[in-house]
Ligand binder design. Structure first.
Ligand SMILES: NC(=O)c1ccc[n+]([C@@H]2O[C@H](COP(=O)([O-])OP(=O)(O)OC[C@H]3O[C@@H](n4cnc5c(N)ncnc54)[C@H](O)[C@@H]3O)[C@@H](O)[C@H]2O)c1
Length: 295
């Protein structure tokens, strides 16, 4: 397989396009927003510059990687020759179903259709495709060029052949693929999100402050980043919506988002992307603890 289409040029899409292009694949990067495409290409170029300055790749590697990426604003045009499509558009079920219906109508019947969704059921996404055995979850981690894991999610109908192809494809990017079945949160978020939610709950209940909770997990459990800071990086809205998917999917109150998380999302405090979450990113970009209002 040589030709890859990536749908969505946001945080994940540009990282996925970068990674495939760096390993010699021809990548068509597609987004409905011209601005997102421009920003995505700027991010890729900036990340490649950093790799050059750290002497991980040469200037020629950088140029070759950028030359392997072509941008499109039209899905049918961008996926025409794709052997694999990796969808990394906004996390919204209705939107993803619409995109996969379009892929079913435009792509060759042999094309592997992968989604990078964090929480939406692969089986549900595959239900709008006429041959659902070729639909699979390819859950990359952020930042994609750096993180080794790809969680490979088998929908109810995903075939062994497509699973094996996707595992091999991930390995060709020097990633480590891990297979999981299609249940809410898959593996990564099923374990991570309750931990983040419990950290928020501990803060909400006044057990300890933000920095203290993160320090316990960093120095006591050897986590590279505390759970509250990690939540800010993932996006509090994203954490909230994944918890809702697990809460509704398992009908189990243990996954209910903490009321403080719900309040912060409603108030627009979404973490790094909005400039403030559990820490303040607005000025120095240095994580400063938000005022004591919640403690
Ligand atoms: N951010 C993370 O840490 C993370 C980690 C793993 C998986 N994911 C998943 O990756 C996917 C993308 O997340 P993100 O954080 O990159 O989002 P993002 O908001 O940064 O980017 C989404 C992009 O999709 C584009 N888009 C929207 N509708 C489109 C359409 N119809 N056609 C083409 N492009 C369209 C938007 O313009 C935007 O550029 C989601 O499914 C999310 O759950 C995110």
């Amino acid at each position: 397989m040589k030709n890859i289409a990536v749908i969505g040029a946001g945080t994940m899409g540009n990282g996925i396009a970068h990674t495939f292009a760096q390993f010699g694949y021809q990548v068509n990067l597609i987004d409905i927003s011209e601005e997102s495409l421009n920003n995505g290409m700027k991010t890729i170029s900036g990340n490649l510059d950093r790799m050059v300055s750290k002497e991980k790749i040469s200037e020629a590697d950088k140029e070759a990687t950028l030359n392997n990426i072509t941008t499109f604003t039209d899905i049918p045009e961008g996926v025409k020759n794709a052997e694999v499509v990796v969808e990394a558009a906004t996390e919204n079920e209705e939107l993803k179903l619409k995109i996969f219906k379009q892929l079913d109508e435009t792509c060759s019947k042999e094309t592997v259709l992968a989604s990078n969704t964090s929480s939406i059921s692969i089986t549900k996404i595959a239900s709008v495709v006429s041959n659902p055995e070729r639909v699979i979850g390819m859950h990359f981690m952020n930042p994609v060029p750096i993180m080794k894991l790809v969680e490979i999610i088998r929908g109810y109908n995903t075939s062994d052949e497509i699973t094996n192809k996707t595992m091999e494809l991930s390995e060709s990017l020097k990633k480590v693929p891990v297979e999981a079945n299609d249940y809410p949160g898959f593996v990564a978020n099923r374990i991570l999100m309750p931990m983040i939610n419990e950290a928020i709950e501990s803060f909400y209940n006044g057990v300890a402050g933000v920095k203290e909770i993160d320090t316990v997990m960093k120095l006591g459990m050897a986590h590279p980043m505390g759970p509250l800071q990690l939540a800010d990086f993932i996006g509090l809205d994203v954490c909230h919506s994944i918890l809702e998917v697990m809460y509704n999917g398992f009908k189990n109150p243990k996954y209910a988002p903490c009321p403080l998380l719900t309040n912060m999302v409603t108030a627009g405090k979404l973490g790094v992307k909005s400039g403030e979450g559990f820490y303040d990113y607005s000025e120095s970009k240095k994580a400063e603890k938000v005022s004591e209002q919640f403690s």
